[in-house]
Ligand binder design. Structure first.
Ligand code: NAD
Length: 265
C-alpha cells in the first residue's frame, strides 16, 4: 500500500510542485492538501491548482484524520499546528519551512521523541554536499581566510538571511569552534565597518524570480576560494522533500536531517 501523504502549504509555490511531483512519481497516495483558513482556493480540487489533472482531493484548512507522513512547506506561523497534529496522530513529518523560532525548533525536538521528523532548511542533494563540506574547508584553510556567505533569492522571500545560509554558517562555526550565531555579521555599512577577524559576513540579495543561490567565500591575502550552489528550479527541493518522505516512513522516532536521508553521514 502506498503511504498516505499530507502536503501542508499546498497552495504555495513549493506546495504545488510537491503535489504535482508526488502525483507524477506515484509513490504516495495524496490524502490531504492543506492551507490557511482564509485561502481563496479552499474547497477546490488541488490538481488543477498544481497544474495537473484533478486528483479528487480538495484544498482544505483541516488536516485529515490520519496519514503516514506530512510534508510541510508553509510559513512559520503554521508550524506549531503541523507539529502538534503529527505528534498527536503518529504522522511522520518532513519539515521544510524555514524561519522557525527557537521555541518551534525545541518543539520539533520534543515531538521527535514520538515521531520521526526530517527537518532541513534546504532539501537539495547538492546543497547537502555543501553542508557536509564547508566546515572542513574552513578548518583546512585556517583562520587567516576571511569567510563571507552571500545568498540570493526571489523578491517574495520573507526571511533573511535564508535558512540555508544560516545552516552553512552554523556548519562552519561547528567545525572551526566559532560561536554560532555570535560570530555572524549581517551586512556591512558605515565609516567604521572594517572586517573583524573571526567573523562570518552574511549578505542577502533579493530580486526577481531567483530560485536560490549560495556562495561561501574564503579569502586571504593572495587568493580566494569560492564554493557555490545554484538551484535552477524549485523542483530540486520538492524532489528532495519527496525523497525524505519516502525514507522517513518506517524510521524510528527521532530528529533527522537530509544528510541522514541521503546517507552522507
Ligand atoms: P509560499 O508563500 O509560496 O507558500 C506558503 C504557503 O503556506 C501559502 O500557500 C500560504 O497560504 C500557506 N500558509 C500560510 N499560513 C498557513 C497556515 N496557517 N497553514 C497552512 N498553510 C499556510 O512560500 P514557498 O516559496 O512555497 O515556501 C514555503 C516555505 O518553504 C518557506 O518557509 C520557504 O523558506 C521554505 N522553503 C524551504 C526549502 C527547503 O528545501 N527546505 C526550499 C524552498 C522553500
Amino acid at each position: 500500500m502506498k503511504p498516505a501523504l499530507i502536503v501542508n502549504g499546498a497552495a504555495g509555490r513549493m506546495g504545488k510542485r510537491i503535489v504535482a511531483l508526488a502525483c507524477e512519481n506515484g509513490q504516495f497516495e495524496v490524502v490531504g492538501t492543506t492551507d490557511y483558513t482564509e485561502h481563496p482556493d479552499l474547497g477546490k480540487d488541488v490538481g488543477p491548482l498544481a497544474g495537473i489533472e484533478p486528483i479528487g482531493v480538495k484544498l482544505s484548512a483541516d488536516f485529515p484524520e490520519s496519514a503516514a507522513v506530512m510534508i510541510d512547506f508553509s510559513l512559520p506561523q503554521a508550524a506549531d499546528a503541523s507539529i502538534d497534529y503529527c505528534a498527536k496522530n503518529g504522522v511522520a513529518l518532513v519539515m521544510g519551512t524555514t524561519g522557525l523560532s527557537d521555541g518551534q525548533l525545541a518543539k520539533l525536538k520534543d515531538a521527535s521523541g514520538k515521531i520521526a521528523i526530517v527537518q532541513a532548511t534546504n532539501m537539495s542533494l547538492g546543497m547537502n554536499l555543501l553542508f557536509a563540506t564547508v566546515g572542513t574547508v574552513a578548518k583546512a584553510l585556517g583562520e587567516n581566510y576571511d569567510i563571507e556567505i552571500v545568498e540570493a533569492h526571489h523578491r517574495f522571500k520573507k526571511d533573511a538571511p535564508s535558512g540555508t545560509a544560516l545552516s552553512l554558517a552554523e556548519a562552519v562555526c561547528e567545525e572551526t569552534g566559532r560561536d554560532y550565531p555570535g560570530s555572524l555579521t549581517h551586512g556591512r555599512e558605515g565609516k567604521e565597518a572594517t572586517r573583524q577577524p573571526g567573523t562570518i559576513g552574511m549578505h542577502a540579495i533579493r530580486g526577481g524570480d531567483i530560485v536560490g543561490e549560495h556562495s561561501v567565500i574564503y579569502s586571504t591575502l593572495g587568493e580566494t576560494v569560492t564554493i557555490s550552489h545554484s538551484a535552477h528550479t524549485r523542483d530540486t527541493f520538492a524532489r528532495g522533500a519527496l525523497r525524505a518522505a519516502e525514507w522517513i516512513t518506517g524510521q524510528e522516532p527521532g530528529l533527522y536531517d537530509m544528510q541522514d536521508v541521503l546517507g552522507l553521514k
